[in-house]
Design a binder for this molecule. Structure first.
Ligand code: GCU
Length: 603
């Protein structure tokens, strides 16, 4: 069966934009925030580390009316004020406090962020404080006025500033708390560092009262371009213009009472692909505002065990990537970080990256569009989430909404992953099944997947029989033959069986090694051992008849509290093909040569 993810002809979709492919997201986020008018609030912020949340609660553990968020200063020499942002330490934003000051390396708790800024608050404008992400929970005040809260460490959020913004000097205070809790997404146990902070771009966006709020562009079934635009502020007052100048295509449509206008453009864009990552400037105009974005057009579907990109079978030569910078400690967040990570993947011979285990920053997705890398994007429903809690489900769904709302225009994303290595249970099946159905409602133009580590195994075979395989379009398999069990030499003979008739991606395989540690291939942690595991696993994948891609674990060594082994790990997970300084290990060349051979024969 061909699961063609495409776009029902909007002309026949009576309800605006609720056609097969591109429903209106529940998360209301301004689309393309970094391209909007406004001011960047990146740069130096003042911080107060507050493990007892003294800036929020009084000694009776009651919320204070005049907590740190009012940023008070002594009114007189007799006045008692026991904090002062203006003389507190400075940290750069975006950033994670763990890598910015060794005193905060292991810190989990609250840090208060403060930034003063000048703004011209003009009538008839709409001001929005936009955060690319804050891990894990954030509360935001503007000039002492509470704007709102957000939970989830890897998706954007924003608040209308309203009349809290004044003309001239303003200050913003953010309480960021990265404590892990059982009812969060992810939950308390992960194999990555719990980096806390304002980890992505912060911007005060300044748009007209009547503005472009959101839009979606897709390739329609007949190869033309269709989609919808949602306007904000004064809806329906004016027409929306949509154009793709390089295709000579232009149309105007009127939003309905709900602010939504659907459109079709008589345009025939070239297809986007890794070999030809063609992006088009699309321009959406409404009232006094024009928003320009760069968008690629392609189709993705499965047919039996094949993945078809633009109607042709493709093999995904990938690598997994955590959101850590190459060449320095801490979270990756910038365009330069994105370029460094993704160009390394291209040097490895990849046409695909698995951005694990959570939505990465927007620069990564836009860079993947530009460089031509297919993307597996994922929400952090990781390991032992509390699948019995509806509150936890709502958190996971909210993060899915925010990821799709932000990234649904990115041609590079072909897979939405619902989960990673979750234990089999009825509650987990229902939880992830609901998420998959919701993802398809929001965006029927992509494939749904999940990474599973629950195969039936014996020494000579693995049987793919996780019930979740029936719900997803592409089956992700995490398997560490030669590292977690089995001898490396056993892997080449290992055989895999699947009766699902669906594509399989080996979403994780690999082994650890300390760069520069050499010895016998039987000795763990040597580069020779890791390379040997790769060689035997790559021999194995050549016998996986349903395999249509792999994303070995992982591009770069990354920080993890689960990896303390002195002299070898020192709180680094050493399964990277390069270490934290970018030194390539022997296994890098094994995988690179394998991908060169596959690319050479067109697969
Ligand atoms: C798991 C998990 C990763 C983890 C890796 C490892 O498969 O998905 O997040 O880092 O194995 O053990 O290194």
């Amino acid at each position: 069966m061909s699961w063609r993810r495409s776009f029902a002809l909007l002309l026949f979709a009576p309800v605006a934009a609720c056609a097969q492919g591109v429903a209106l997201p529940d998360a209301q986020l301004l689309q393309n925030p970094l391209a909007r008018d406004g001011i960047s609030l990146n740069g130096d912020w003042r911080v107060i580390v507050d493990p007892y949340e003294n800036g929020y609660y009084n000694h009776r553990y009651e919320p204070k009316g005049d907590g740190y968020f009012v940023a008070r200063r002594p009114a007189s020499p007799a006045d008692l004020v026991e904090y002062d942002f203006r003389t507190s330490p400075v940290v750069p934003v975006p950033g994670d406090w763990n890598s910015q000051d060794e005193r905060y390396f292991f810190y989990e708790g609250t840090v208060w962020y403060y930034r003063a800024f000048e703004a011209a608050a003009r009538d008839g404008r709409h001001y929005v404080l936009h955060f690319g992400a804050a891990n894990y929970a954030a509360q935001v005040w503007l000039n002492g006025r509470y704007l709102g809260a957000h939970e989830g460490g890897f998706t954007p959020f924003e608040f209308a500033a309203g009349d809290a913004l004044v003309d001239g000097e303003n200050f913003v205070v953010v309480k960021v708390d990265n404590r892990r809790e059982r009812d969060q997404v992810p939950t308390v146990n992960t194999d990555w560092w719990n980096y806390g902070g304002l980890t992505r771009d912060v911007r005060l966006i300044d748009v007209p009262a009547a503005h472009v709020a959101d839009y979606r562009f897709v390739l329609a079934d007949d190869g033309s371009v269709a989609g919808w635009v949602r306007v904000g502020g004064v809806a329906g007052a004016q027409a929306v213009s949509i154009s793709i100048p390089d295709l000579g295509a232009r149309t105007t449509v009127r939003p309905g009472a709900d602010g939504v206008a659907t459109f079709r453009l008589d345009a025939r864009p070239e297809r986007w692909s890794p070999a030809s990552p063609v992006l088009y400037d699309v321009i959406v105009g409404y009232g006094d505002e024009q928003v320009t974005d760069r968008i690629g057009f392609r189709t993705i579907e499965t047919r039996g065990e094949d993945i078809l990109l633009n109607g042709r079978p493709i093999f995904l030569r990938g690598i997994s990537i955590h959101e850590e910078a190459l060449g320095r400690e801490g979270r990756a967040w910038s365009e330069a970080d994105a370029r460094a990570l993704l160009e390394a993947a291209i040097e490895l011979g990849c046409n695909f990256v698995r951005l694990a285990h959570y939505p990465h920053n927007e620069h990564m997705l836009r860079m993947a569009d530009e460089l031509g890398l297919l993307v597996w994007a994922e929400i952090p429903v990781y390991w032992t989430i509390d699948f019995n809690s509806d509150a936890v489900y709502r958190k996971a769904e909210r993060q899915l909404d925010e990821m799709i709302a932000r990234d649904a225009n990115r041609a590079s994303i072909v897979l939405w992953s619902m989960a990673n290595e979750t234990p089999i249970s009825d509650a987990r099946f229902d939880f992830i099944g609901r998420l998959a159905a919701h993802a398809r409602e929001l965006d029927g133009t992509r494939l749904v997947t999940a990474a599973l580590d629950t195969q039936t195994a014996d020494r000579f075979q693995r049987i793919i029989d996780d019930p979740l395989s029936a719900v997803i379009d592409v089956i992700g398999i995490n398997s560490y033959c030669g590292w977690y069990g089995d001898l490396p030499a056993d892997c080449a003979a290992l055989r895999w069986h699947s009766d699902y008739g669906k594509p399989v991606i080996l979403s994780e395989m690999g082994a650890g090694a300390l760069a520069g540690r050499h010895g016998d291939a039987a000795a763990r942690w040597t580069e020779e051992y890791q390379a040997d595991v790769y060689r035997h696993n790559l021999a194995m994948v050549d016998h996986m008849t349903a395999l249509r891609g792999l994303s070995p674990w992982i591009l770069k060594d990354f920080r993890s509290p689960r990896r303390p082994l002195p002299g070898i790990q020192d709180y680094w997970n050493r399964k990277g093909l390069v270490d934290e300084s970018g030194t390539r290990k022997a296994a890098w060349f094994v995988l690179r040569d394998y991908y060169r051979a596959r690319a050479g024969d067109g697969s």
